[in-house]
Design a protein around this ligand. Structure first.
Ligand code: NAD
Length: 345
C-alpha cells in the first residue's frame, strides 16, 4: 500500500474549494497541486493552501509526477475532456457529478479507466451519507416490506446555472440514490420542465420513472422555489420512511403505516384497512458525507478497490439523465432505457 497519496484538484470554484479543504486534511493523502483556468481563483486557492503547486492548463498539471490521483471539480461540460486527459496520463480520477454530459462519453471514460487499470469514481455524494446508508440497509433487509414507490424533492432558491439545467445540476444526486435503493435501472423515463429565467435552460424539472416490477419513482428539482427541500419519501407495503437532509439531527423517520387487505371474502368497502402505528426516529451518525466520500476515494486508490460510486455507477446515472433530457426535449414523451445497455463491454 502506498505511503500517502498525492492529490491534485482541477476546478477550485465554489464546490472545488470544499473538496480542496477536505483533501488537505485527510489521513493518507497530501494535497500537492491545484489547477484552474481562472488565474485569480487559482491564486486564491493556492494562498489558502501554501505549498501546493498551481497550473492553469490541465496538460501541464497532468504531467506533474507528484500527483497520483486527481479530483475533477470543474464545470460539468469539462468533466469528460478533463477526465480523459487525466486517465490517459495514468492518474486515478474522482469526477464530480455528472460523470459526463453524453452517454458515449461516460462509456468511453469507463472503458479507458478499465484499460489503464485506473480508479474512476464519481461524486454521487449522497451514497456516502449515513442517512442514505441507513435507508439502503432498511430496504435491503425488507424492513419496509415490498417497495412500492419513492419520490424526492431537491428544490430551493439558489445558484442559477447557465451551462446546465436543473436536471443535470441537481438530479444526479436523486437518481443515484433511487437507482441505489432500488438496485435497478428504470424501464423508461418521462420528464417535463420549464425555463423561466433564461432561454433554453430549465429551472424546474419533474421526472417520472418506471422500474421493473411496477415500482415507480419521481424526482422534482428546481432552483426557483420558495422552499429549501432535500427530501426522499419511500413507501413500502409494511412501512414508510422519510429521509430529510434539512433536519439537523433527526434525518430519518420511519412510519409504521400501511394499508392492508382484509381478505377475499369481505365487502368492497371493508377490503382495505388503514394501519397507523409508531413513528421511529433512528440515531444516525452525523459524520460529514463529503469527508466520508473523500476518504473513500483515498482508500480505493491506496487499496486498489472499486469505489461504491464507480464509473459504471456514473454511467447508469448519465443514461437516465440523457433519457430524461430526451423526454424533456420531446415535451414529456416517455423514453425507454434499453436493458441491453446495462454495462460497458
Ligand atoms: N457533490 C455536490 O454536492 C456538488 C455541489 C455543487 C457542485 N458540484 C459539482 O462541482 C463542479 C463545480 O461546481 P462549482 O459550483 O464549484 O462551479 P464553479 O463555476 O464555481 O467552479 C468551477 C471552476 O472550474 C474552473 N474550470 C472550468 N473549466 C476548467 C478547465 N477546463 N480547466 C481548469 N479549470 C476549469 C473554473 O474556472 C471555476 O473556477 C460541477 O461539476 C458541479 O456539478 C457538486
Amino acid at each position: 500500500m502506498a505511503e500517502s497519496i498525492g492529490i491534485g484538484v482541477v476546478g477550485t470554484g465554489d464546490w472545488g474549494a470544499n473538496l480542496v479543504r477536505n483533501f488537505a486534511n485527510l489521513p493518507g493523502a497530501r494535497l500537492v497541486a491545484l489547477c484552474d483556468s481562472d488565474r485569480q481563483r487559482l491564486a486564491a486557492a493556492m494562498a489558502r493552501h501554501p505549498g501546493t503547486r498551481g497550473f492553469e492548463h490541465v496538460e501541464e498539471f497532468a504531467a506533474e509526477p507528484g500527483v497520483d490521483a486527481v479530483v475533477v471539480a470543474a464545470s460539468a461540460a469539462s468533466h469528460y475532456p478533463l477526465a480523459r486527459v487525466l486517465l490517459e496520463a495514468g492518474k486515478d480520477v474522482f469526477v464530480e457529478k455528472p460523470l459526463a454530459l453524453e452517454v458515449a462519453h461516460a462509456e468511453e471514460l469507463v472503458r479507458l479507466a478499465r484499460r489503464e487499470g485506473r480508479i474512476l469514481m464519481v461524486g454521487h455524494l449522497l451514497l456516502y451519507h449515513p442517512g442514505v446508508r441507513y435507508l439502503k440497509g432498511m430496504v435491503d433487509r425488507g424492513d419496509l416490506g415490498e417497495l412500492y414507490y419513492l419520490y424526492s424533492q431537491r428544490v430551493n432558491l439558489g445558484k442559477v446555472r447557465r451551462d446546465e439545467n436543473a436536471l443535470w445540476s441537481f438530479a444526479p444526486h436523486d437518481l443515484s440514490v433511487i437507482l441505489h435503493l432500488l438496485g435497478a435501472e428504470p424501464v423508461d423515463v418521462a420528464a417535463r420542465g420549464s425555463a423561466f429565467l433564461q432561454g433554453q435552460v430549465e429551472d424546474v424539472v419533474f421526472v417520472d420513472m418506471r422500474f421493473p416490477g411496477g415500482r415507480t419513482a419521481h424526482v422534482h428539482v428546481s432552483w426557483l422555489d420558495p422552499h429549501k427541500l432535500r427530501k426522499f419519501t419511500v413507501v413500502g407495503s409494511q412501512k414508510m420512511a422519510v429521509f430529510d437532509d434539512m433536519e439537523a439531527s433527526e434525518k430519518i423517520r420511519i412510519y409504521d403505516k400501511s394499508v392492508e387487505r382484509a381478505g377475499e371474502f369481505v365487502s368492497y368497502g371493508d377490503a382495505l384497512t388503514v394501519r397507523s402505528g409508531d413513528i421511529v426516529i433512528p440515531k444516525i451518525s452525523l459524520q460529514e458525507p463529503l469527508r466520508l466520500e473523500c476518504q473513500h476515494f483515498v482508500d480505493c486508490v491506496r487499496e486498489r478497490k472499486t469505489p461504491l460510486t464507480d464509473g459504471e455507477d456514473g454511467l447508469r446515472v448519465v443514461r437516465v439523465l440523457s433519457a430524461a433530457q430526451a423526454s424533456l426535449d420531446a415535451g414529456g414523451a416517455p423514453v425507454a432505457i434499453a436493458a441491453e445497455n446495462a454495462g460497458v463491454s
